[in-house]
Design a protein around this ligand. Structure first.
Ligand code: PLP
Length: 367
């Protein structure tokens, strides 16, 4: 059957009746890719699989939540949506608003936004409001403005966002025939870790209202994963035990000091027996490179925090040998090419436009 996006695919497990028309770009249904080289390099005898959410229509998992939030907004008759964003939410909001023929207002922090993401908001025709502040300031302002202006908030405080995002857990359970032993992901506003946990619980029938309608879910053993959330060291409120005033990290998508899904995320950690930890910027960038060079998968810096933390916890034994680990790669590396280029053009060889020079360059580089 032709795939028409996650609202239609999982409608029976989402808060949408049959009469609600999906605003969709056929998001979701992303590949769960098994890493073949990195586990060997890490001396790991289990399996590491990455859920490559960078292959969603606008290049991040935000599309899962946005299809649900915009579907509901349009169903309720909204003519405009608004969000604060570190970049990917605004890209998704802009695209889905364009699809629905409504207006998107996006508040972004001054500087510190990957150029590709800004371009996405612009090209899809959003009204881009750049504020002299960070994401947390933007979030506060959106909540204030939406009290009076006729706009629907599509940040992850909108419950439809997490409903859409939980479907990634459904897909993983279907692909594996069970839940993984560990699920690792980057944590910023903490909506996604909360959504995955909700999804895993529903997929395993541990929530009374979950309706099961077949697929590989039936074969599922019932075990839930331990949820591991990794933050950037300069933006790690879950490690500090409270709000961080001036979050700083190269991983701009998780440069958030005041996570909106604070309670949900702690519940996911506690209920699952998982943990939070932090990764430094150099560790995050090194993992982004490792994944690109050893597996051919280019994710954005924030996304690499999941694998970065997982590899460290494999090394220190927190993640057991022989287990199955899924890491969410939240966004596509193409959104932020600057970060790679700034580090230097490794592998660039300049020669004269002559056969001998080119041959020499090739021979000297063969491995
Ligand atoms: C939004 C985002 C995150 C953080 O997700 P939260 O739900 O805010 O924790 C991580 N990585 C990327 C690429 C994102 O766009």
């Amino acid at each position: 059957m032709h795939y028409t996006g996650l609202v239609n695919r999982y409608r029976s497990r989402l808060p949408f009746g049959p009469e609600v028309k999906a605003v969709t770009l056929n998001e979701g249904n992303t590949p769960l890719i098994e890493l073949v080289n990195i586990p060997k390099l890490a001396g790991f005898e289990g399996r590491i699989l990455v859920k490559f959410e960078g292959l969603n229509p606008t290049g991040s998992f935000k599309d899962r939540g946005m299809t649900a939030a915009v579907t509901q907004a349009v169903h309720e008759g909204s003519k405009a949506i608004i969000c604060a964003s570190t970049g990917n939410t605004s890209a998704a909001a802009a695209a889905y608003a364009a699809r629905a023929g409504i207006t998107a207002f996006v508040l972004i922090p001054e500087g510190k936004i990957a150029l590709g993401k800004l371009a996405q908001a612009v090209v899809h025709g959003a009204v881009v409001v750049q504020i002299q502040g960070n994401f947390d300031d933007g979030m506060r302002l959106v909540k204030e403005v939406a009290q009076t202006a006729p706009v629907a908030i599509v940040n992850s405080i909108n419950p439809y966002r997490l409903q859409g995002q939980k479907t990634a857990a459904f897909e993983i359970v279907e692909a594996l025939g069970r839940a993984p032993d560990y699920h690792c992901l980057p944590v910023g506003n903490a909506g996604n870790i909360s959504a995955y946990w909700m999804g895993y619980k529903e997929a395993t029938g541990q929530r009374a209202t979950a309706s099961m309608d077949g697929y590989a879910l039936e074969a599922f053993s019932g075990n839930l994963p331990k949820m591991a959330g990794y933050q950037a060291a300069g933006a790690a409120p879950f490690l500090r035990g409270g709000r961080v005033a001036n979050p700083e990290t190269v991983a701009t998508a998780i440069r958030i000091g005041d996570p909106q899904s604070w309670d949900h995320a702690w519940a996911a950690q506690k209920e699952s027996g998982g943990w939070f930890d932090e990764c430094t910027d150099p560790e995050i960038l090194a993992t982004q490179r490792l994944l690109a060079e050893k597996e051919g998968i280019w994710c954005e810096p924030a996304s690499a925090a999941s694998l970065c933390g997982a590899l460290r916890d494999i090394k220190n034994g927190k993640i057991a040998q022989g287990s199955t680990v899924v890491c969410t790669l939240t966004g596509n590396g193409l959104k932020d090419p600057d970060i790679v280029i700034q580090a230097g053009l490794k592998g660039l060889v300049q020669v004269a436009a002559e056969r001998a020079a080119v041959e020499q360059a090739i021979v000297s580089q063969l491995r």
